[in-house]
Write a protein that binds this ligand. Structure first.
Ligand code: P6P
Length: 337
């Protein structure tokens, strides 16, 4: 049994260039995840304090669940408490947040996060997740962070990961050397290595999409869904439809079993629903590190040059063969925006 902390130190020692700052940063994320995990597990018991909505809306116009705000505050505080992070951007923050540490020349990282994705599922006891993405700052060390520090393409990520608060709580991350999963053991209060070097199956038989939006889908998506539902012995179709409505949970299942998750553009959401910077890019980094693929239906997600902090993008992510098949239908039946 090896804990997350021990594993980070062990693998860091294999990279002499690593200075330990990323190690400390990942440890702060681990700490916040334990605190959020505890409150999620209590949500049903203390709805007046933790569960339900707090009545306010975030920049997306989405009603904020109390736990959204709680999670945002805990991750922000944990990241600010260590000296490696200059600032953060979050789904729950209208603008990026500059930390005092930005005035220190050795604070070299920025973190972008969705502190509690799928939080509307909490009241009905469906799993939710935290997603994080880590970059080196591009602005002058020792100065306040600027928007360019956050508007970097996904290929610049130095680390990314998620926490899935499900039947068990897992933290899954990559620093560019494979994807590794750790399961939380409440009796120890530690995340323990349970899934070393996760590889997403090249082919999968599961597709995840909200078919309630079918009428708004691009023609290429409609044709791909028809393909998934056809009878074909050789490719073991029809595939299985699985949609939890919680991105991290759908993504995590597909990572382990193979599959594709699609949130396409639609007439009411011309760029889809998911955010490029703190949902699509970190999961794309993980998918690619595990041998999978992530695109907007036409181009690699991690090569998109961001222009806005909360910009959205259509999203196709999962088993490489499935994503490429979906892209072939997108190319054949609809042109890029
Ligand atoms: P819809 C949750 O709000 C979320 O961002 C993802 O976790 C989830 O996959 C998606 O939205 C669900 O959206 O439109 O299908 O309800």
């Amino acid at each position: 049994m090896i804990t997350l902390g021990e594993y980070i130190v062990k693998t860091q020692s294999e990279h002499p260039s690593a200075t330990g700052e990323l190690t400390s940063l990942l440890s702060s994320i681990r700490r916040a995840a334990k605190i959020v995990n505890r409150e999620i597990n209590r949500a049903g018991l203390v709805t007046d304090i933790i569960g339900g909505s707090n009545g306010s809306e975030n920049v997306q116009g989405e009603v904020q669940q109390k736990l959204d705000v709680f999670a945002n505050d805990k991750f922000k505080a944990a990241l600010e408490a260590r000296g490696e992070v200059c600032g953060i951007a979050s789904e729950e923050e209208d603008y990026f947040v500059c930390f005092d540490s930005a005035k220190r020349s050795d604070a070299k990282y920025v973190v972008l996060m969705d502190p509690l994705d799928g939080s509307s599922n909490i009241d009905v006891n469906v799993s939710v997740g935290t997603i994080f993405s880590i970059y080196r700052r591009v602005s002058e060390p020792g100065t306040p962070v600027v928007m360019e520090d956050f508007l970097q393409p996904g290929v610049n990520q130095v680390a990314a990961g998620y926490v899935v608060y499900g039947s068990s709580t897992m933290l899954v991350y990559t620093t560019g050397n494979g994807v590794h999963g750790f399961t939380y053991d409440p009796s120890l209060g530690s995340f323990c290595l349970s899934h070393e070097n996760i590889r997403i199956p090249e082919e999968g038989k599961i597709y995840s999409i909200n078919e309630g939006n079918y009428i708004k889908f691009p023609e290429g998506v409609k044709k791909y869904l028809k393909y998934c539902q056809e009878q074909d012995e050789t490719t073991k179709r029809p595939y299985t439809s699985r949609y939890i409505g919680s991105l991290v949970s759908d993504f995590h299942r597909n990572m382990l079993k193979g599959g594709i998750y699609i949130y396409p553009s639609g007439t009411s959401a011309p760029n889809g629903k998911l955010r490029l910077l703190y949902e699509c890019n970190p999961l794309a980094f993980l998918a690619e590190q595990a041998g999978g693929k992530a695109s907007d239906g036409f181009q690699r997600i991690m090569e998109i040059k961001p222009t806005e902090l909360h910009q959205r993008t259509p999203y196709f992510v999962g088993s490489t063969a499935m994503v490429e098949k979906a892209e072939s239908f997108m190319t054949k039946f609809s042109s890029p925006a």
